[in-house]
Design a protein around this ligand. Sequence first.
Ligand SMILES: NC(=O)c1ccc[n+]([C@@H]2O[C@H](COP(=O)([O-])OP(=O)(O)OC[C@H]3O[C@@H](n4cnc5c(N)ncnc54)[C@H](O)[C@@H]3O)[C@@H](O)[C@H]2O)c1
Length: 315
Amino acid sequence: MEIKYLSSREVYEKLDMDSCIGLMEEVFAALSNGEVENVVRSMLNTGEGGLLGIMPGLIPSKHAIGAKLITIFHDNYLQGLPSHQGIVAVYDTTNGTLKGICDGTSITAIRTGAVSAVATKYMSRPESTRLALLGSGVQAGTHLDAIACVRDIREVTVWSNSPESMNSFIERYSKKYPGITIKGCETAQEAVKDADIICTVTPSHTPILKGEWVKAGTHINAVGACAKRDRELDSECVRKSKLICDAYSSCMAEAGDYLIPLEEGVFGEDHLLGDLGGVVTGKVTARTSDDDITCFEALGLAAEDVICADWLLSK
Ligand SMILES: NC(=O)c1ccc[n+]([C@@H]2O[C@H](COP(=O)([O-])OP(=O)(O)OC[C@H]3O[C@@H](n4cnc5c(N)ncnc54)[C@H](O)[C@@H]3O)[C@@H](O)[C@H]2O)c1
């Protein structure tokens, strides 16, 4: 059997951010309308510092069923390796034929930023120009690419635990976006104090963003913590926010940002207002005033990967 395979280079060449944002908007609307199936990720511990995630999804309108297989090694940045490495395989639902396989490292990098861009488009104040990035790795880069597609970003403040990673991020992205001022910060508090949009994109297990630092009107994309016991936001930050998740099933299984304060009794289950598909289709409204703080909790869904790979393989 000859297998069609798209490498990381081919994915980066073909999956431009604007197209990916369009695909994410489409898949979240379909999820909300019950037209897509998505299985919560299974995780297997490698026993040697990492995890294997198995993520199946079905998109009937595209005759596409598939899965992402991805390893997650959070300390890989210390060796210059990506934290997420994987593949996405897609089959034809009508006859079970393998449509092909795509590099999943690049799809994960691009689609995660694109999902946050959809949340930002619907939830942030339209006049937002200042973006804060907590973390300066792969996701920080694709989040800058993505958020700049939906808002007129003029200033970026960055903070991470590694000055080396932060400085190389600033050098690389200042060249890529000469019209945007990109400034490194010594603390997370300094980075977020004037921000209109904050993206948390670190593998930290404990809060790096405190509610007391976040000004009225800010939109937060909480992206880095994807396990029950991990969180990047403190309880006050989540309590102050109008909270939207990517999917209830994933949020209940994996979102420490929400589950830890829920367990502490800081708020009840009704604090979670809905999912992104509900926001995209107009069933749920997150922001009702310019002073609201809104927060999108991203865990990452298989359907996001399958729709990207199917789109790439059909080109
Ligand atoms: N929600 C999703 O769909 C989704 C998808 C992909 C990745 N992620 C998560 O996003 C996070 C970032 O992924 P990435 O690919 O950019 O990783 P990366 O390894 O490329 O970058 C991580 C960055 O965080 C910084 N960092 C590490 N530990 C930190 C800490 N304790 N405090 C502050 N900064 C810290 C590092 O210096 C680096 O700049 C990971 O936790 C990853 O699991 C989520």
